[in-house]
Write a protein that binds this ligand. Sequence first.
Ligand code: NCD
Ligand code: ZN
Length: 354
Amino acid sequence: MSVTQFTIRRPDDWHLHLRDGAMLRSVIGHTSANFARAIIMPNLVPPVVTADQAASYLEQIRAALPEGDDFEPLMTLYLTETTDPEDVAQSAASGLIKAVKLYPAGATTNSESGVRDIEKIYPVLERMSEIDLPLLVHGEVTDPEIDIFDREAVFIDRVLDPLRQRFPTLRIVMEHVTTKEGVNYVMTSPKGIAATLTTHHLIINRNAYLVGGIKPHYYCLPVAKRETHRLAVRAAATSGNPRFFLGTDSAPHFDGAKESACGCAGIYTSINTLNCLAHVFEDDGALDQFEAFASLSGPAFYGLLPNEQRLKFIKQSDPVEMPGKISVQNETITVFDPGFALLWRHELTKAGEI
Ligand code: NCD
Ligand code: ZN
């Protein structure tokens, strides 16, 4: 008989874009209702570069939380070529930040203040190794000579692997891995490296945004690759290997900015990510590995305890009702459409109440 309900520890999201202002207030509840914690990406305009900026962003997030939601934002700093190693060390020591994010300049949304010359950040990386603060990397080169579908694999050879040789004790998360090269690299490296995997990269390949017309709501960075890569990423997610954990990379943009001659990158999944994931893990006969991926392996990497609360999943015969768009003032954000009906719903329960 097939499983129709199961319970996991309350999940965390290890890669999330909450934005600020009205957008923050509209999206945060979709995360805080289900996830206990999330690593908050710092690519605001302007980016969250200093401890002071991280502290005020944290206040803004807390103020936007729906009343009664129990949610802990885990803050990060945006690494620039002028980041002060002392500021990083103090923010880590005070508990304000949990990681630092490396964006190669120009690699993705709001990454212009990122890093061009990697040697300029060696002093910060040295300090981070000493204090054991994880480095989160957007793993794509920006060299215009390199095909966009190869940018992750080339980043591993040109940037990531040399970085690991130079800073062997620096713990690194390769964010939103999308290729079999990325999966293999993380799987076969000595310990100290992990990867987040997004929900959408488990579900879509490049046909989603290219076949039958340009589909901007499936466009994100790194771009979804060909099917063989999706299968490698999906096998890693459902394997139970603790080096791979959930980072949704839910990245809301207003529809006007996406449906444009130069549409921006990012897919909004917070609201239906867990419903989609239950479907994926069930499809792959891997529901028993879902908790490791969504709730256990991430905290283990970050040196945190898993959450005590539980999330119970129930499979229903009618699809869960899900809005196609979220309204924010006069604008809308399109919700990720996985292309299948969502039959799994979920609700928070207390530990022991199964
Ligand atoms: C992200 C965003 O919109 O901030 N976009 C995306 O396509 N994933 C940035 C990022 O994580 O690369
Ligand atoms: Zn992201």
